[in-house]
Ligand binder design. Structure first.
Ligand code: CMP
Length: 139
């Protein structure tokens, strides 16, 4: 069953560039409601666990190092068709392939430092949101 929720992180490159405000503005203007939000930093161990699904990929080590290199903003977002609509809003993983007007086209530096994460399924949105937030932190 679709939950109408997705999970996002504003990644270290976008935080470093002072792009948190611009990205949140795009998210709100696209009709997403913020259910939960946290400004935090992943340890290498936590980043490794979060991205365990990519463990066998050649870029896993780079991904874990990068995602634990600085603070991030984690959030659960709500909207009809949240997972698919958020992936449309952020654009392709590789910003050189992202459509004009998408968050990654505007803010991402590279395929590794690609400004934002968006869940790829309702199931992963649930798992990823649960990784960061307790029930008491959701509104
Ligand atoms: P994200 O949506 O967070 O999900 C997995 C991440 O792995 C992805 O965004 C990219 O940041 C990263 N990634 C995917 N493919 C590559 C790649 N070829 N090289 C480096 N990082 C990658």
């Amino acid at each position: 069953m679709a939950t109408n929720r997705t999970f996002t992180m504003i990644k270290p490159d976008a935080v470093e560039n002072n792009s948190i405000g611009g990205i949140l503005k795009m998210i709100n203007e696209a009709g997403f409601r913020i259910v939960a939000m946290k400004y935090t930093k992943l340890s290498a161990e936590a980043a490794g666990t979060f991205y365990e699904i990519h463990k066998e990929r050649p870029f896993y080590g780079e991904l874990v190092n990068y995602m634990s290199s600085g603070p991030i903003v984690a959030a659960i977002l709500e909207k009809n068709n949240a997972v698919a609509d958020f992936r449309t809003l952020i654009g392709a993983t590789d910003p050189t392939k992202a459509d004009e007007g998408t968050i990654r086209k505007i803010y991402a530096k590279s395929i590794a430092a690609n400004a934002v994460h968006g869940s790829d399924s309702d199931e992963n949105a649930q798992i990823e949101g649960d990784f960061y937030f307790s029930k008491l932190e959701r509104f």
